[in-house]
Design a protein around this ligand. Structure first.
Ligand SMILES: [Zn+2]
Length: 283
């Protein structure tokens, strides 16, 4: 078995929906207002779980596991849940007391949007089980994205970059739409790998608040704020969130190397992102 296959199998085993649920429930029990809820189901009927905690009138969204080669993003978000569970190592978070943190901050943590794709454990396969790239399926410059796909010869379902027959054709993208419409998040981060990069706003659209916050995120992580490549400029979760709610939205390309990044890198990546993950809800 080659390395990639082995890495993917390891994630497929770790990221079974029931295991995700159980890890989130352990964390939820220890957090103010902590609950684990089903955000929806995938095209193959698997549950997509999320943890909610704190002041949900002021919640931010962290979503990972969008692409099937990026199980590392799910693992990093689960490590964050476990870090919260352990009491964040001490009473204060950067001079903010724990109680006031949870009064001020609300969190919705959805570690794995695409369990079907991740459980396929097929090298090179980024899409959901129906061969739709979820990050091309959101209604934000979808037609531009489709034109790029056609020029690149991507005309039908497959491993990567096919955006579907229409925006929101997939249950996974629809559940994010439903969740965001209901919760009115202050801001959000979609987690991808890899490159240690931050993308802000939608394509070239990025207001001052979103840009300034992006610069702060650079400082907190050591990642680089930059423009995504053409094929990743439209149709994504953060693009749709930014266009729809006019609130800060980011993609974080976590870690460095070649996808799929191995499980062993999760801890180190988490430590590099920990400050950001804690402070983002308070900003
Ligand atoms: Zn990705």
């Amino acid at each position: 078995m080659d390395d990639k296959q082995e890495i993917l199998r390891e994630f497929a085993d770790r990221l079974l929906p029931e295991k995700i649920r159980s890890r989130l429930e352990s964390a939820a029990k220890t957090l103010p207002g902590g609950r684990v809820l089903r955000a929806g189901k995938t095209s193959q009927g698997r549950d997509v779980w999320m943890l909610t905690a704190g002041n949900l009138d002021r919640a931010v969204l962290y979503a990972g596991g969008v692409h099937a080669q990026e199980g590392i993003t799910s693992e990093v978000l689960l490590l964050f849940a476990e870090y919260l569970q352990q009491g964040m190592e001490g009473e204060n978070i950067f001079l903010v007391r724990r109680e006031s943190f949870w009064n001020r901050a609300g969190l919705v943590l959805l570690p794995c949007l695409n369990p079907d794709g991740i459980l396929m454990a097929r090298p090179g396969w980024q899409a959901n089980a129906r061969g739709v790239d979820l990050n091309h399926n959101f209604d934000a410059g979808w037609e531009v994205c489709k034109k790029w796909e056609e020029e690149a010869g991507i005309l039908s379902p497959g491993p990567t970059k096919y955006g579907g027959r229409k925006p929101f054709s997939e249950p996974e993208s629809c559940l994010i739409k439903r969740l965001c419409n209901r919760r009115k998040f202050l801001r959000m981060i979609a987690f991808h790998s890899q490159g240690e990069e931050i993308y802000a706003g939608h394509g070239e659209k990025c207001d001052d608040t979103t840009a300034t916050l992006g610069q702060l995120m650079e400082k907190l992580t050591g990642y680089r704020l930059c423009q995504p490549s053409e094929s990743a400029s439209h149709g994504g979760m953060k693009d749709w969130f930014y266009d729809t709610f006019h609130r800060p939205a980011y993609t974080l390309e976590i870690g460095k190397g070649c996808n799929p990044l191995p499980l062993q890198q999760a801890e180190e990546i988490f430590l590099q992102l920990r400050k950001l993950l804690l402070l983002f809800p308070l900003l």
